[in-house]
Design a protein around this ligand. Structure first.
Ligand code: CTP
Ligand code: CA
Length: 223
């Protein structure tokens, strides 16, 4: 596959990618998480490395092998992913791609011991997690910042909104209401949007889609 991508579009660039879900503990044996295999982020890390970039992959709990020539940092909670990302951005990077399915909320408290079953109804109080990609886009050492948006309805409108509100350079979106794309699938189709245009990447393997997205990022990043 390397021959497809021997143009070395990202040589000398540091690309940072978040991938997978985060896991927010309720008690020692329970947690809240999001549906995410991490496959798209790992495929992007591999494609970026093949394009000559130095790659840092900040991964939530997923069971995937680390692509060759990729530096991987494993994290569990959203706040840990946030702190790791802020450190990397502070140290300087060129491109940031947020594929992680970050938990929007975490339990306000994590119980020290297993919560015992008692009443018919119990209530869990949640507090918002930091928005990692929006914080990266607001950073003084802001890299070229790319978000992802998996939507089940009004895909383009929600993605456009996120591009603007999070001050992103680009957003890649897919409709996950069907069953043949996104999540645990090995295939994906994306619509990539930037402030002055968009491009459709039709259904293909995540490896192929990753190569195309990395190429698009490399081109837009130079503009
Ligand atoms: N994201 C992030 N940190 C968060 C939440 C989301 O970095 N705390 C990133 C995701 O990695 C993705 C983008 O923001 O690149 C969009 O995530 P999404 O969940 O679609 O957007 P939200 O802003 O969380 O909005 P909502 O879940 O309400 O649609
Ligand atoms: Ca969210």
């Amino acid at each position: 596959a390397a021959e497809v991508f021997d143009n070395q579009l990202l040589t000398g660039k540091h690309v940072v990618i978040t991938a997978g879900p985060t896991r927010e503990s309720i008690d020692p044996v329970r947690y809240i998480t999001n549906k995410s295999s991490g496959k798209m982020g790992f495929a992007l890390a591999e494609a970026a490395a093949e394009a000559g970039a130095k790659v840092t992959l900040i991964a939530g709990p997923v069971y995937l092998p680390t692509p060759s020539r990729v530096e991987r940092v494993d994290v569990i909670r959203a706040v840990d992913m946030y702190e790791t990302c802020m450190d990397v951005v502070e140290n300087g990077c060129d491109v940031f791609i947020a594929t992680a399915a970050v938990a929007d909320y975490r339990p306000t408290v994590t119980a020290d011991h297993k919560i015992k079953k008692s009443t018919e109804e119990i209530h869990l109080t949640l507090v918002k997690n930091p928005d990692i990609v929006a914080s990266v886009a607001e950073h003084a050492k802001r890299p070229f910042t790319v978000g992802f948006a998996a939507e089940t309805q009004d895909v383009m409108a929600y993605a456009q909104g996120k591009l603007v509100n999070k001050k992103l350079d680009m957003i890649a979106t897919n409709d996950v209401s069907g069953t043949n794309v996104g999540f645990n699938s090995d295939n994906n189709a994306l619509t990539v949007i930037w402030p002055s245009g968009h491009k459709v990447l039709p259904l293909a393997s995540k490896a192929q889609i990753a190569k195309q997205l990395i190429e698009l990022i490399a081109i837009r990043y130079k503009d």
